[in-house]
Design a protein. Structure first.
Length: 391
C-alpha cells in the first residue's frame, strides 16, 4: 500500500495549493482550481486567499473574474457554506452538495414557519415565497439587494423567533433559492471587505446555465477535484468537507477507482489512481493565509500541519482565523494594527531563516492591503490575544 508521509503531504500543499513563493499560480482562475473552491463566507477571504497565491494580483483582477467575466461564481454548497466555484464545477455541486443543503434547509424553514404560526403547511409557504422572489427578479436583470426584497414579505416585517436565540427573516428564502441555484449572489455593492450583494436570477447572470448533474456523478466529480487538491485524505476528511454521508463518499471513491494509501499515523487514506507518484521535497517556505482559507479548512484531521494549536487558531465553531506558515506547518497567526500594519503572532519557535521569510510575507501582505484594515467575525483566540498586545 502506498505510504504517504507527513513530509510528503506538506510538500503537496506547497506545490498544489500554490502558496510557496516560486510555486504560485498564474491568475485567479488557476489559483481557484488549484484549491477546488474558495471559502467566501467572508468576502475578504476570497481576495486574500487569491493574493496569497498569485503574485501581482489586484482587487480589480478579482472583481473582473467574479463580476465581469464570471468565470468564478459564488454558490452555497458543502456544509451550508458559501464558496467561489470555477464555472465548470457548478453543475456537479448543484446536483449533489448544494441539493443536499437545499433539502435540509427546506425542512428547517417549513418547520419554523409552522412553529411561528405563519402557515399550517410550511412547504407550501416556502414554495409560494420562492415564486414571489423569482417573479420579482424576472424583470430585474441587475438583481436586487436583500433589503429590496423585504417588501415582498409583510408577514416577516418583524424577525421570527422560533426558539430562544433563534430568529430569522426573509433572507432564509434567499438562502434556499441560492442553494437550489435559482438565484446567485451577483455584483457586490459594498467594497471588497463587506458583503452587500445583489441577488439575480441565475439565467440573468450566466450566458448559458448548464444542467445540474446527477447526485452520484456530482459527488464523484467533487471528490476527484478534492483528492487532486488535498489528497491523500481519509473518508472522514471527505465526508466532513463535502458535508455528505460516508455512503456517498464510498460510492464516489468506488466510481473513481480511488487507491488506498496509509498515513504516518496509520490511518487509511485515498489517492486518485493517476496520482501515485511520490511528491518531491520543497524548499522551506513561508505564507500568511486569511480567515477560513481553503488550505487551513481542507481537512477534518489537521494534525500534520496544525499540531496542537487548534484551540488557539480556530474558534469554538471550527472557523479558522488568520494563520502563519513555515515549511508546511502552521506556526502562528497575524493581525493588523490600527494603522493597517501587519504583525506576526508566532506560537511556535521558528528558525532565523523562517522568521525572515515570514517577515517578507508580512511586508508583501501589508503592501497589498495598502493601509486597509480587514475585520472578521471569526477572530481566533490567537488573533484576539495579538490584538490585545497591540492595544
Amino acid at each position: 500500500m502506498r505510504h504517504v508521509t507527513d513530509d510528503e503531504r506538506r510538500a503537496r500543499i506547497a506545490r498544489r495549493h500554490g502558496i510557496a513563493p516560486g510555486l504560485r499560480a498564474a491568475d485567479a482562475e488557476s489559483a481557484t482550481r488549484a484549491m477546488t473552491v474558495l471559502h467566501a463566507t467572508e468576502p475578504a477571504t476570497v481576495y486574500l486567499s487569491l493574493a496569497a497565491r498569485v503574485d501581482g494580483l489586484s482587487r480589480a483582477d478579482v472583481d473582473r473574474v467574479l463580476y465581469d467575466e464570471r468565470t468564478l461564481v459564488k454558490q452555497l454548497a458543502m456544509r451550508r457554506t458559501l464558496f467561489v466555484f470555477p464555472l465548470d464545477l457548478l453543475p456537479a455541486a448543484w446536483g449533489s452538495a448544494s441539493a443536499r443543503v437545499a433539502g435540509i434547509e427546506r425542512k428547517r424553514i417549513a418547520k419554523d414557519i409552522v412553529l411561528a404560526g405563519l402557515a399550517d403547511d410550511g412547504d407550501a409557504w416556502l414554495d409560494d415565497a420562492r415564486v414571489r422572489v423569482l417573479r420579482h427578479l424576472d424583470d430585474l436583470p441587475d438583481g436586487a439587494q436583500a433589503g429590496e426584497v423585504r417588501a415582498l414579505f409583510p408577514e416577516l416585517a418583524t424577525a421570527i423567533t422560533v426558539s430562544p436565540g433563534s430568529q430569522w427573516n426573509h433572507t432564509r428564502v434567499l438562502t434556499h433559492l441560492g442553494a437550489t441555484a435559482d438565484i446567485v449572489r451577483a455584483v457586490n455593492t459594498g467594497h471588497w471587505r463587506i458583503s452587500r450583494p445583489r441577488y439575480t436570477r441565475m439565467e440573468h447572470w450566466l450566458a448559458e446555465v448548464p444542467e445540474a448533474w446527477g447526485e452520484r456523478e456530482g459527488y464523484a466529480e467533487l471528490t476527484a477535484r478534492w483528492l487532486r487538491s488535498f489528497g491523500p485524505g481519509t473518508t472522514d476528511d471527505l465526508a466532513w468537507w463535502l458535508g455528505s454521508t460516508k455512503t456517498a463518499v464510498s460510492a464516489a471513491l468506488a466510481d473513481l477507482d480511488a487507491v488506498p494509501a496509509v498515513l504516518d499515523d496509520g490511518r487509511s487514506a485515498w489517492l486518485l489512481p493517476d496520482d501515485l507518484e511520490v511528491e518531491q521535497p520543497v524548499a522551506p517556505w513561508a505564507a500568511l493565509l486569511p480567515v477560513l482559507d481553503p488550505t487551513v479548512m481542507g481537512w477534518k484531521e489537521r494534525g500534520f500541519y496544525l499540531g496542537d494549536l487548534g484551540s488557539r487558531l480556530f474558534d469554538r465553531n471550527g472557523n479558522a482565523g488568520n494563520t502563519a506558515w513555515w515549511d508546511g506547518r502552521i506556526v502562528g497567526s497575524w493581525v493588523q494594527d490600527d494603522a493597517g500594519r501587519v504583525h506576526l503572532h508566532l506560537l511556535r519557535e521558528v528558525p532565523p531563516e523562517g522568521l525572515a521569510a515570514l517577515e517578507l510575507e508580512a511586508d508583501r501582505l501589508e503592501t497589498w492591503l495598502d493601509g486597509e484594515r480587514v475585520g472578521t467575525v471569526y477572530p481566533s483566540p490567537a488573533m484576539q490575544s495579538a490584538r490585545a498586545d497591540l492595544s
